[in-house]
Design a protein around this ligand. Sequence first.
Ligand SMILES: [Cu+2]
Length: 71
Amino acid sequence: MIIQRIFHVNDMECSACAMRLEGLEDILPGVTQIKASYHRQRLEIIFDDTVLSEEQFLQAVESLGYHAQAQ
Ligand SMILES: [Cu+2]
C-alpha cells in the first residue's frame, strides 16, 4: 500500500540538509516522493510499505545524521 508519513526533523541546519534528505528518494526502493523543508523542519515521504518499512526509512535518515520524529 502507498502511504504518506510526515516527520519533524529539527536538526536540519540549512537548505542543503533538506536536499540531502530528498536524495534518499533516489537511493531507497519503494519511495514515490520525498519532500523536505528546512524552513519548516519537516520531512514528508510517500512510499510503498510493502517494499520499504518506516523503520528502514528512519534508519536511512539517521545514517545521514538526522533524526526524524513522527508528527
Ligand atoms: Cu545543512
